[in-house]
Design a protein around this ligand. Sequence first.
Ligand code: SF4
Ligand code: SF4
Length: 341
Amino acid sequence: MNKSNYIRLFANCIPVKGAKNVIVCDIQRSTYFEIDMVLHDILVAHSNKTIEEIIEFYGKEYEDEILNQLDQLQKEELVHLTTENHLFPKLDLTWETPSVITNMIIEYGDYFQEKETEIVNDLIKLGVQYLELRFYVDVSNETLQNILQSIQKTKIVGIYLVLQNFPYEDIDKFLIENQRVMSILLSNATDAEDERYKDYNKISVVKHKIVNNKNCGIICQNSFQVNLDLFTESQQFNSCLNKKLSIIENGDIKNCPSIPEALGNIKETTLTEIFDSKEEDVNKYWNITKDQIEVCKDCEFRYICTDCRAFRESDNIYSKPLKCNYNPYNGKWEDNLRGSK
Ligand code: SF4
Ligand code: SF4
């Protein structure tokens, strides 16, 4: 390693420091690496020093250790050497979207058939990009297909389905014909279904029955997402509730289905009317970032973890999500079941 060079993290590899641990989020390869605190300081606080100057700063006795660690980072393709440090600016982490609402959760209910056209038109007007469609009862092939067809004219790029039953025989055909379906969560699954879908990346099965929105908000390592969109949005906005609207089973319109406050009911109003007349209530939680939330603000996972304001540790609007068992002060998941990868 040429010690007259500077060592730089690639722009897409961004370190995030927690109370005890540091991770480097690789938002291009969608993964993260754990590094130690001293290495973080070398890469961040001493980024304007050459390797030689860094060794001089820490003392010659640490030279081998420093060089070994930097060598390891190079092998993992997190850093590169350069003589022209100034030519590598940091990524701009501003998050922007042309959509009024980016995410929508719809719990299927009695209101749906009558209001379907209005709802779909509003999904278009609001520029919704991702839709989670939840069924708490069995759905027929015809109903599901009709909904998926009517959504085709929207700008939605990703659909997440929560189902009690999967009403198609041929799952491969369904996934090919409905490319925008990004994931299916099959609740109340039998052992046979568990076996049948185990090789499908897009399908998860759970044995218990999901009958309402109390199941939401579980935070674990499996739910982390390392990508530019979430990383940048989390810097300024809430990583779950920003630009989200929901319609729950009885037609109430809310920011999130599990939050108590209803903004109106779809039987009496429309999504756009709610947004135009109650913008301040709609966006009550949108600007709460992980950097403001108790405990999360000291967690190294804060920009790859979705938040939850519906299930919190206390009434304090800034308290930690209730269904997260990670302790960033000792770096441990307190419950192996939730925390395990
Ligand atoms: S705030 Fe919590 S309950 Fe609501 S959608 Fe987000 S994770 Fe789910
Ligand atoms: S402490 Fe907060 S940021 Fe860290 S994993 Fe839990 S919910 Fe996510």
